[in-house]
Design a protein around this ligand. Sequence first.
Ligand SMILES: [Zn+2]
Length: 453
Amino acid sequence: MSRRSFVATIPLVGLVLSSAVGAQAPAPAHRIGTLFQNVRIFDGKSGTLSAPMNVLVRGNTIEKITEGPISAAILDNPRVIDGGGRTLMPGLIDVHWHTMLVRPTPAALLTGDIGHLNLVAGAEATATLMRGFTTVRDLGGPAFGLKRAIDEGTVAGPRIFPSGAIITVTSGHGDFRQPFELPRILGAPQSRGEQTGAAMVADSPDEVRVRVREQLMLGASQIKLTAGGGVASPHSPLDVSTFTEAELRAAVEAAENWGTYVTVHAYTSDSIRRAIAAGVKCIEHGHLMDEPTAKLIAENGIWLSTQAFPDEMADAFPPGSFERAKAVEVFAGTDRTFALAKKYKIKTAFGTDILFSPGLAQRHGELLANLVHWYTPAETLGMATGTNAQLLALSGKRNPYPGKLGVVEEGALADLLLVDGDPIANIKLLEDPEKNLLVIMKDGRIYKNALGQ
Ligand SMILES: [Zn+2]
């Protein structure tokens, strides 16, 4: 973070301290409005920038967008930002994120002190926001506490749509137990991964229902199951299908009774088809699917949340390891998967799934910009904003942040970035957020203002 942006966050610290001492705290800073003057808008939907506009933010909402002047006098104490013809765009959204798992190593996650892991995740959440990502959909990990700390203003970070624990089967993706921990005995203490809330093992429809309802009770906005094998887990080959259809359906029923949906981790055609048959609404990854399965996804209006994994991501696993070999196999499917998604016009969302790799997280914007191998810059930016927000809206009444995200329009939530340039003409601007994101606003509150206005 630059010195300037650090200075800009200091008032927040004061806010947090003052609101902690009791009911006499001053009005939150986000109630003071902001007037952006002379900005060209990428609205998260259309492929071009608008003519120069003025945008008024009141509270946490975009109140007015107009070519004509807006008088600063209509607000008591507005901040006025002269955009100088730069681009105002929606905050970025990553729909496959693991708030708690970005920075630790797998060993630290399973053996580390929970307090330390939370503080590390809080620091990463602040860094995530400073990269311009104002919302993440968390697809597994004990993120409820961090989400609460962010929402109450204790820690700066993105909005989090939490799934809570990943729900898996014995030996499935997310079961990090060691062989000596078997057999599981009902009533015996839970494994370490279950105790921390990172992942839960469930081996029957009834057990699945319990685990799903527990995550919903904790505040999950959607439910994540692993329908097939995965890269990072030690006992799950890629080709396996894990949950039975009845087990998947039990999860779908429990989630839908609660007004939300299930998304599944699935690479293979078999695991994807079984999930669709059970009523799952979103597929994570899909890197090993065949063409008829892509067609099935499209025909059923299922979302595909896939990733352009960079080859370096395999470096998280030791050379010669089972996990590394699986990573290589999956990554080889990336190009074909995006081609199929385009061919069948599958509803496709952007996410990164960065795990155990703080270095890669710093290249968050680069991973987004890499999508121009398959999409135009405007399509790429639309995917990471307006389109991703449509996927988030599947949470229905379990959406923790009611209101419109991912767009710049009157009435939408004010998650905004002021970009020093035109990201449609040069999407690489997002690769250096410290330099090129001049203003970062979330929920109407400014977290960075390098213009100093
Ligand atoms: Zn993941």
